[in-house]
Design a protein around this ligand. Structure first.
Ligand code: HEM
Ligand code: HEM
Length: 122
């Protein structure tokens, strides 16, 4: 689970940095909040969680870890695609972004619970 998350995070990293390069070169900053959250919720947060799950396998293998994995990985693309469409002028995207963001947030609550339940010095 830890290794898988680090690999997924690396994919977000290349997308996030690619979007940053695109914005810089085109001088079009409409997708700056997508860039910020792909990098921070995708690369930084998922990557850090992957390292935690790799260092503490009891956290990586727990039910709370699996809940976090799925809610974060399913919610984030929904939130990001909704945000891209909203910033591109598509109306009515707020509920889509809210559903994705809420899924990610519940996943992160599960991650935090998991840290206190299963990350312990041996
Ligand atoms: C080659 C890599 C990158 C490039 C070219 C780049 C480029 C940009 C650009 C053009 C903006 C918009 C600035 C504006 O709206 O005035 C931006 C915003 C931002 N970037 Fe990057 N970025 C890169 C990597 C990263 C990484 C790795 C992270 C985080 C881990 C990051 C986090 C952010 C954040 C949080 C904002 C929003 C700042 C704000 O709205 O105040 N960026 N970036
Ligand atoms: C599900 C979780 C999250 C939701 C729903 C969320 C939502 C938002 C919203 C609505 C904004 C304002 C965007 C705008 O004014 O265009 C924002 C800005 C920002 N958020 Fe988040 N956020 C989340 C998680 C995070 C995390 C985990 C980080 C950092 C690790 C972060 C870093 C930022 C930064 C740096 C900005 C300012 C950049 C910008 O305005 O684009 N967010 N967030």
């Amino acid at each position: 689970m830890g290794v898988r998350l680090i690999q997924i995070a690396a994919v977000y990293f290349i997308i996030g940095v690619g979007l940053g390069m695109f914005m810089s070169m085109s001088h079009d900053f409409a997708l700056s909040s997508v860039h910020a959250h792909v990098n921070l919720l995708g690369w930084a947060s998922l990557g850090l969680a992957g390292v935690v799950y790799h260092l503490f396998p009891q956290a990586g293998g727990s039910t709370a870890g699996k809940i976090h994995f799925w809610l974060h990985n399913l919610g984030l693309p929904v939130m990001m695609i909704g945000l891209i469409l909203l910033n591109s002028g598509v109306e009515g995207m707020e509920p889509v972004i809210a559903i994705g963001g809420t899924a990610v947030t519940i996943g992160i609550i599960s991650f935090v619970y998991n840290v206190f339940a299963h990350v312990k010095s041996s």
